[in-house]
Write a protein that binds this ligand. Sequence first.
Ligand SMILES: CC(C)(COP(=O)(O)OP(=O)(O)OC[C@H]1O[C@@H](n2cnc3c(N)ncnc32)[C@H](O)[C@@H]1OP(=O)(O)O)[C@@H](O)C(=O)NCCC(=O)NCCS
Length: 436
Amino acid sequence: MKSDSNSLSVPEGFELGFVKSDDEVDEFIKFNTTIHNELIASYLERRLEQLPDFKRELNFYIRNLDTGEIVSSLSAIPSTWEYDGVPLRNLELDCVGTSEQFRKRGFIRLLYSKFQGELNRGEYHISSLQGIPEFFRQFGYDFMFPLPQFSHVALRVDQIPRIMADDTPSFMTLNIRDADIPDLDEIIRLFGELGARLLVRSGRSRELWKIQEQLRKWRAFDFQTKIVEREGEIDGYFRYVTHGEDSPMSLVWSTSSIDVIESSITSYDGVMRVLHYLKEIAIKDGIPLIFLPITSADNLSRICIDLGGTIDTAWKYQIRVPDMELILRAIVPALERHLKGTVFSNLTRELTINTYHNCYSLVFEDGKLNSVRDLGVKPWGDLSIRYHDLVRLIFGESDLLELKRMHADIMFSGDIKAFIDTLFPKGESHIHYCYC
Ligand SMILES: CC(C)(COP(=O)(O)OP(=O)(O)OC[C@H]1O[C@@H](n2cnc3c(N)ncnc32)[C@H](O)[C@@H]1OP(=O)(O)O)[C@@H](O)C(=O)NCCC(=O)NCCS
């Protein structure tokens, strides 16, 4: 699965390049406006200006030398994700498009070879993307982890319990106010608490937190960050976008909505206070629906599910692991942690995992994972499993038996099942907004 397709050649009359000058930035954004739309293009432009590490050179294009016009492009956007506390470098493939008259001539395949070069050069552990059904399977991507802007818990406003006029509950004494930069330390701590309940998550540097809080832009939309506090003590925070009738998202969902894009609230009282706060705005603005993050690790979402909220996973990220040995090595501390306190905590043995293309050797000594090596092609392993299924197993999307039900070419003997389940536990993952 580790591939380098840099050998593809540029057809005569075209040039492959990357964005360098201010004029090229303008040209690149204009091309993206035509291929996608203004909302997507201005979101790209903002990230080009503000997102740390997203350099101009990570925007690749093909130019028609006859007309001088860009005819195909893609962008490579870096971010940091985490697997059970271990940082993973992610390079997201975004804003992929070719002018209609130049499609199916291999231009994106050619640009992808540049992207692949970047994946190799930057030693990225994963690559994610969000769009185009089917197309990206050819490059090794597979659907995993709900995509927040199209997946959520949906709660009707009338599902939030009523408060009787003569019986105001004590949670209504909690205060909700705008968040400010001095709140950042507490907000970051609460974000960390939420993240500790997730297996795969996105990370956020303090620098990115600051940028997000200054811009308050979630993709093309404005968001607000609010603090919930009890007698001056911060109990939680939440971020939300209001999609009125004229929002493009209201067309997608056929209704206006309040979209809580993120929250970390500690107490039950805090959750109830926020729900009534949202209900008040919704009633005032005539909005019937509230969307919550699609993860039960989020206390607000958890209680909304209990109140009758429906879980709708309309779309997922597409994920690729470019180099299995690299990611296995990176997550060694998490794998060792998974064995601690279990029957395998002092295990000494080699585990071979064969993807039918490569066989990976994991050598455990007294519960420590001392070596991870790619042994190349071998006929079998202790676990034989397709590459895509191994990625799903590692990221806790599916366990061995679920995968076995889908694909018969997963093989393992009963005596190692519990060990593999312990090493690669199933878990909930959620990718919070890591752009600006
Ligand atoms: C999808 C799209 C990017 C493909 O661009 P392209 O330059 O035509 O892609 P390529 O020519 O490099 O395609 C590579 C291979 O994928 C195949 N392919 C093209 N479009 C495909 C699709 N939608 N689904 C599956 N395979 C597809 C091609 O046939 C080619 O295979 P082949 O060489 O065996 O014939 C282009 O159709 C497009 O710009 N669509 C609209 C923009 C868009 O929706 N972008 C997503 C938002 S981020």
